[in-house]
Ligand binder design. Structure first.
Ligand code: ADP
Ligand code: ZN
Ligand code: ZN
Length: 740
């Protein structure tokens, strides 16, 4: 209702997205002068309840618009920015995301801001900058190569160099601090320097092969409008070269390019590949940056000063005034989906962003997701195929080893051991893949069959031997000491069953004592810099065994690996998740792709108890594309995603009965309201029913009509949140990737 007093007296109000778990935006009043300065997309400090929060202005309400007089407006605390820091397009992208994923818009907007801005810190472009003060310091640094390198770079920039640029060119902050101690340079806060670093080793574009050329030309033709492309190319077929050549043309037009890579794909190797090709400012956005570095990189992107933005998942929400191309590499990778809180999929958001910005989007993979193939089939995506390995390398040959009949030693078939030995003797490298870290997945009593289980989860403890003997639950993190006898029957012998990477490491050391075993998993690479050391070793042409989990499977280039041994993928073949088979196939092909990337041909050996599995046979005898076509047909027949749209409700509390009763009752409501266009599965106990002492239940909603599914879901879901008991946790996952 409008208040008549307000007609003569304008009321200055803005609508603010406040970071709270509520679905609305909130109106605040401000003075006329503040109103004139307020910008949509700028930050504002407000009080909310008893909290002081940083919100984003999403609307300036017309001063003469009617006001609900029953509601008392609060005044803002302060305008934080005199200009918008989120531009119109990013605001639309965020608003769309909040609606699509049904997550509170205030929270969603926060995910677009670097931490410092989220905390209300001032937006300025000051940055740590290093100046050289001693220009004749050669004698002081004779003993340190790193210091000499840093000194050389500092000398090239008489007016000072930003610390983030120095870091990007390989100069570490500790080295700069060491120079500072010797009085050679000093650190000051200065206006950020956005000039590109000089290139150390410029690399020219390679001559594209016919497949690459066709892909490049097709994308460039669509340069000024939205079109989605799937670059479907074997591992090592030169996808990156295709991105680089397309980027070159887009950069020439003065446009920005956003490149998204999986979490662990952002290696120094990837970065240097971009750096050595383009003389421009590259902003790096990933989770390993400290707050101020992240803010600087974000500002370089947001002001348009950075031409290439290389980042992981969340970089999709970076404001970019001149965006001309989005590249998303390893499109099938699960790390593009955020699995908690605001559960978005960067791939799908990237497609929508391309549409908003009217620029092409290239998704690349050697193992495209069924989703992308389905989009292509519907004509929403153009497939570009690369069918040969670039250069002289050829695809490796795959062999299946039947573990049921094989002679084994330490769980590895004798034949495979022989093959490994042959490669090592030829001074080649071998990659052994096992997607299970720790020593052994099961500890069992030989007398009464007792198994060591986590007291809080429906899961076995994993046995670890380093840094000391202990039991570790990989689901909730609980650590127990290793029992020395069976707690059930007092028997003295407890046996570790099955193998994890730590046990295989032990076995390989025993089998090949004269060769180095390099283990790569989360336990061995948790220390800063350890990954780089491992990487340096791998790049030397010396015989070695690389042993690791899926960290080794992704995108890396190991030119000396000629044999890949996959020790066990059977759990992936047996999983209940409808996507498990797809993921297993992707993993096999990606690991396989690490072999024979150099001059010599590669071989892959795959141990399994299920050699007759149709998936394995399609993969070995045909290829991934054939496998994907078959899987797509199966999904279509079963009406599973992407042939129906899904939403997953996860419910968690201390009592499973409470969970299922609650979901059951609301499911009934949804069934009635939605004219049967939604198929409701469950509620059922989650695949791991008890985790960290709490019970989990799931309910899956499926529909062929996405718009109506989302429409009915919206009211129903908010109602669900409103009615839930206070000790229950609920989450909604739109287009879930994992049903666990
Ligand atoms: P992908 O990204 O498809 O796995 P990469 O782009 O890493 O493949 O290319 C694999 C290797 O082939 C790299 O060493 C790359 O330099 C080389 N390469 C790519 N394109 C060509 C080309 N047109 N001619 C020669 N070598 C190439
Ligand atoms: Zn026992
Ligand atoms: Zn546990």
């Amino acid at each position: 209702m409008s208040n008549s007093a307000n007609i003569s007296q304008p009321i200055y109000r803005i609508r603010v997205a406040v970071p709270v778990y509520l679905y609305d935006c909130f109106d605040y009043s401000l003075s006329q002068e503040q109103y004139q300065h307020a910008q949509v997309g700028a930050r504002v400090a407000v009080s909310f309840g008893r909290q002081n929060l940083t919100g984003i202005i999403v609307e300036k309400i017309a001063p003469d618009a009617p006001l609900d007089s029953s509601f008392k407006l609060k005044a803002i605390t302060e305008l934080l920015d005199d200009q918008a820091i989120l531009d119109e397009k990013v605001l639309s992208l965020l608003t769309w995301s909040a609606q699509y994923y049904q997550f509170p818009v205030g929270e969603v907007m926060q995910s677009a801001l670097p931490t410092l801005l989220r905390q209300g810190k001032p937006y300025n472009l000051l940055a740590r900058t290093w100046n050289l003060i001693d220009h004749n310091a050669e004698a002081k640094i004779k003993r340190s190569e790193r210091q000499q390198e840093a000194y050389k770079i500092l000398k090239l920039h008489p007016t000072g160099t930003g610390e983030n640029l120095l870091n990007l060119s390989g100069v570490e902050t500790v080295t700069l601090k060491a120079l500072e101690k010797k009085g050679i340079c000093e650190c000051v806060l200065a206006e950020q320097d956005f000039s590109p670093m000089p290139m150390s080793m410029a690399q020219m574009p390679l001559t594209a092969n016919p497949d690459q050329k066709k892909a490049i030309d097709t994308v460039l033709k669509a340069r000024k409008k939205y079109q989605a492309f799937l670059l479907d190319g074997l591992t090592g077929s030169g996808k990156t070269e295709v991105y680089l050549q397309i980027m070159q043309e887009v950069l020439k037009q003065g446009k920005q390019v956003l490149v998204l890579v999986p979490e662990i794909g952002l290696t120094p190797q990837t970065i240097s590949r971009f750096q050595s090709r383009f003389h421009c400012n590259i902003a790096l956005l990933h989770s390993g940056l400290n707050d101020s570095k992240r803010m600087q990189a974000w500002q370089a992107a947001q002001t348009g000063k950075a031409s290439i933005i290389l980042g992981t998942r969340s970089a999709i929400y970076t404001p970019l005034p001149n965006l001309g191309l989005i590249v998303l590499d390893e499109e099938h990778d699960l790390s593009f989906k955020q699995q908690e809180g605001f559960r978005y999929h960067a791939r799908d958001v990237a497609l929508f962003r391309g549409h908003l910005e009217q620029c092409p989007v290239i998704l690349g993979s050697a193992t495209p997701s069924i989703e992308c193939y389905a989009l292509a089939k519907q004509g929403k995506m153009t497939i570009l195929e690369l069918n040969q390995r670039a250069g002289t390398a050829v695809m490796p040959k795959m062999h299946i080893l039947d573990l049921k009949v094989a002679q084994k030693q330490h769980g590895i078939s004798q034949l495979l051991i022989g093959e490994i030995r042959k490669r090592l003797e030829k001074k080649e490298q071998v990659l052994v893949f096992l997607n299970r870290r720790g020593y052994a997945p099961v500890l069992i009593c030989e007398s009464c069959a007792w198994q060591a289980k986590c007291p809080h989860c429906d899961a076995n403890f994993t046995v670890h031997r380093t840094p000391y003997q202990h039991l570790h639950c990989h689901h909730c993190g609980t650590i127990h000491r290793m029992p020395d006898h069976c707690p059930q029957c007092n028997h003295q012998e407890l046996k570790s069953i099955g193998m994890g990477t730590a046990k295989v490491e032990e076995s390989l050391n025993e089998l090949f004592p004269e060769h180095e075993v390099i283990r790569v998993d989360r336990d061995s690479t948790s220390r800063v810099g350890s990954w780089q050391k491992i990487y340096d070793k791998i790049q030397k042409s010396e015989p070695a065994i690389l042993l690791g989990t899926q960290m080794l499977a992704k995108g890396h280039h190991f030119p000396y690996v000629t044999l890949v041994a996959i020790l066990d993928i059977d759990s992936g073949l047996l999983s209940v998740d409808f996507r498990a088979i797809e993921r297993t196939a992707q993993l096999i092909v990606q690991v396989t792709g690490r072999a024979g990337r150099g001059e010599r041909k590669g071989d892959v050996f795959l141990q399994t108890l299920r050699p007759e599995h149709p998936l394995l046979n399609t993969l070995v005898n045909e290829d991934y594309r054939k496998f994907a076509q078959e899987t797509m047909k199966e999904r279509e027949m079963a009406l599973m995603p992407p042939f129906r749209y899904a939403a997953l409700i996860r419910c968690e509390s201390k009592d499973q009965q409470v969970n299922t009763d609650f979901l059951q009752q609301h499911a009934q409501q949804l069934r009635q309201d939605s004219d049967n266009i939604i198929d409701i599965w469950g509620p059922i106990p989650a695949p791991m029913e008890r985790k960290a002492g709490r019970y989990q239940a799931h309910m899956v909603l499926l529909s062929q009509d996405r718009a109506r599914l989302h429409y009915y879901l919206r009211y129903w879901w908010q109602n669900l949140l409103h009615n839930k008991p206070s000790n229950m946790k609920l989450s909604l996952d739109i287009d879930p990737q994992e049903l666990s």
